[in-house]
Ligand binder design. Structure first.
Ligand SMILES: Cc1cc2nc3c(=O)[nH]c(=O)nc-3n(C[C@H](O)[C@H](O)[C@H](O)COP(=O)(O)O)c2cc1C
Length: 358
């Protein structure tokens, strides 16, 4: 009720301004207070994955914290983990504003932020200053290339980020699926993907043996290309697959005054497509590596569907914008209820149970 009222006020302001205000607040939350207020997840939600412990599958997807490092504030709300980024080696301003659009009628967002961030050096400095108590759950670092770097030299950018950021990351994610950096998604194709991921996994293995490196995929890949990307990525030694990023499709929002804005669409219109992709990726991966399911998780039911489709972990972004600070707690509680209803003792038992159908 209170959140609905507050949201009504906040949604009158420019979305980026609200985002800035929220971080200004969250960044200042002292770790001990965040830890005290952090909801305790039902033990049935605990996940052991990527060699890490997660209190629940529910994490905050990349892009919300692009290097502000509001770790205690965000994990204190009840996310089991947080993915910071996308971080590029050098600072960059991102695309011109406006570049972030709400479509409340559809519980959706269109963004073309373009990896606005302060760069890997600044992000590493903030992470280095982070008190250990703020790390109430795994912190992932999602990395990308600078806009000015051509794809032929992308590898240098990813490796520079990995070198700089790996000491502070519980896991790393190679982002090659943002639609807002021209040409980036071409790195998802066969040989380019193979070369890039092999370079990244072998560098990380040399720097920090055993630290997991994942790759994040787009929801817009054709089924054959998706299968190939999964095989190539696993062949190159990734520890997990994140599916999905935002979509270029406008299915479900046609006719909305902001549907014509360039950028990636997220939220409710992406739910079904992202779940289909999770299912396909999980089926192809066939247990070789875990899948992180992202895209249009707006309720506990949506999170449960991602799990049943094969996601060991579930991340949210747009649902948090619409659902507010209690959203991660609500998802966790709802998911625990759904698992109990269907007779699962742990969330792990439900992972992939729908893979046989659909
Ligand atoms: C404003 C905004 C910025 C984003 N920035 C990034 C980013 O920098 N890197 C990334 O990998 N994903 C980014 N994403 C994608 C999200 O991590 C997520 O994959 C996508 O939004 C689908 O999930 P959702 O429907 O729960 O939002 C961004 C999403 C939004 C809405």
């Amino acid at each position: 009720m209170l959140w609905r009222f507050l949201r009504g006020l906040l949604f009158r302001l420019d979305p980026e301004r609200v985002h800035g205000l929220v971080h200004a607040l969250l960044r200042r939350v002292p770790a001990p207070i965040a830890a005290r207020r952090r909801p305790i997840a039902d033990p049935c939600l605990a996940v052991s994955c990527l060699g890490l412990h997660f209190d629940s599958p529910i994490g905050l997807a990349a892009g919300f914290d692009k290097g502000d490092v509001s770790v205690a504030g965000l994990l204190g709300l009840g996310f089991s983990h947080l993915e910071i980024g996308t971080i590029t080696p050098r600072p960059q301003p991102g695309n011109d504003r406006p570049r972030l659009f709400r479509l409340p009628e559809h519980q959706a967002i269109i963004n073309r932020m373009g990896f606005n961030n302060a760069g890997a050096v600044a992000c590493a400095a903030r992470l280095a200053a982070l008190p250990a108590a703020a790390r109430m759950g795994p912190v992932g670092l999602n990395v990308g290339r600078n806009k000015a770097t051509p794809n032929e030299r992308a590898e240098e950018d990813y490796l520079a980020c990995i070198e700089r950021l790996h000491p502070f990351a519980d896991y790393l994610v190679v982002n090659i699926s943002s639609p807002n950096t021209p040409g980036l998604r071409q790195l998802q194709e066969g040989d380019a993907l193979d070369r890039l991921l092999r370079a990244c996994t072998s560098r990380l293995a040399a720097l920090a043996p055993g630290k997991p490196l994942l790759v994040k995929l787009a929801p817009d890949l054709e089924p054959g290309a998706l299968d190939e990307a999964v095989d190539v990525a696993i062949g190159a030694g990734v520890a997990g697959l994140v599916a999905t990023n935002t979509t270029l499709s406008r299915a479900g929002v046609e006719g909305h005054p902001r549907a014509g804005e360039a950028g990636g669409l997220s939220g409710a219109p992406l739910t079904r497509r992202a779940t289909e992709v999770v299912r396909r990726v999980a089926r192809r991966a066939a247990g070789r590596v875990p899948v992180v399911g992202v895209g249009g998780v707006m309720s506990a039911e949506d999170a449960y569907e991602k799990v049943r489709a094969g996601a060991a972990l579930v991340q949210v972004y747009t649902g948090f914008v619409y659902g507010g600070p209690a959203f991660p707690r609500r998802l966790g509680e709802g998911l625990a209820r759904l698992l109990a209803r269907d007779g699962f003792a742990t969330v792990g038992e439900a992972v992939g149970v729908d893979l046989a159908h659909g």
